[in-house]
Design a protein around this ligand. Structure first.
Ligand code: SAH
Length: 268
């Protein structure tokens, strides 16, 4: 992929002008799931998403990516996107007016019901596989990446932005979190994984962690592969994997295990 143009930062945005996409070399097939990313660093995209299965799927137009430079929506002589926090304290805050214009540009023509608007934030609801599934069923998603101290609260309220967290830690910006959300979502889209992998049996999809995997060599540093896996008995393999999944979930994630047991009881 050629390196993205650096000139977008100087483009001024008027009502009639469409900011240009930074991913002109990837096809945009009508109806393909699309991620719009509002960021101060559009050159960070596609990043990891441009490689391996997600990268190939992007090239094939199975999904589309549109990084949008928040700076294009700054106005005035200095084109500031951020300012000092009201009430004092360290750091800078992204301005509500600039972010508001960026959101409105990205959101135009979309219905929240099938096009979620998400701010990546450590205060958000922790991202889960269920959320990735919900996002993959939408037509697309708009992701807002914060930087510095974050975004002026008023724009999050006014545009009813859903806040999603990657976990209980603080990143310097939302871009890594956005790429994680897009990766987890895009791999659930039809044909993105091809036959290479199954999304049905893996961790979380059935409420359990996945069983361990083994491959050649049959013996490594004196360690062998569990015998049942080489028995050729599909029923026994399935039962062994289920038991391993349950034991691993019980030991490592008591929270998931409790939820799984409750769901199983509900089925009875
Ligand atoms: N002052 C904020 C942290 C700002 S970090 C606070 O204490 O809550 C700067 C940006 O990084 C945030 O605006 C957000 O977009 C992103 N970010 C940081 N940690 C994140 C996490 N755990 N999940 C998702 N995004 C995160």
């Amino acid at each position: 992929m050629p390196s993205p143009s650096k000139s977008h930062g100087r483009l001024s945005i008027e009502a009639s002008r469409t900011p240009r996409t930074l991913m002109p070399d990837t096809p945009e097939l009508a109806g393909a799931w699309k991620a719009k990313v509002l960021t101060l660093y559009p050159e960070m995209f596609p990043g990891v998403l441009g490689h391996s299965l997600t990268g190939r799927a992007l090239q094939e137009g199975l999904w589309a990516l549109e990084p949008i430079d928040i700076r294009m929506f700054a106005r005035g002589k200095h084109r500031n996107v951020d300012d000092t926090p009201a009430g004092g304290g360290a750091g800078m805050v992204l301005r509500a007016d600039v972010v508001g214009r960026a959101i409105d540009f990205a959101d135009k023509g979309h219905d929240r019901a099938d096009w979620p608007l998400v701010y990546l934030s450590p205060r958000g609801v922790p991202f889960t596989q269920a959320m990735a599934q919900r996002f993959s069923k939408a037509r697309g998603i708009t992701l807002l990446c914060g930087r510095f101290e974050g975004v002026d609260e008023r724009v999050l309220e006014a545009r009813q932005v859903e806040e999603v967290s990657l976990g209980d830690f603080v990143l310097t910006g939302g871009e890594i979190a956005a790429q994680a959300v897009i990766d987890a979502t895009a791999r659930l889209l039809p044909k993105v994984l091809g036959n290479a992998e199954s999304t049905e049996e893996e961790s979380f999809s059935n409420g359990l962690l996945e069983h361990p995997h083994y491959t050649r060599p049959a013996e490594w540093e004196g360690r062998t592969i569990p015998e049942v896996l080489t028995s050729g008995h599909h029923g026994k393999v399935a039962a062994w994997r289920q038991a391993q999944s349950e034991a691993m979930t019980k030991a490592r994630r008591p929270d998931l295990w409790a939820a799984y047991q409750k769901a199983e009881e509900g089925k009875r």
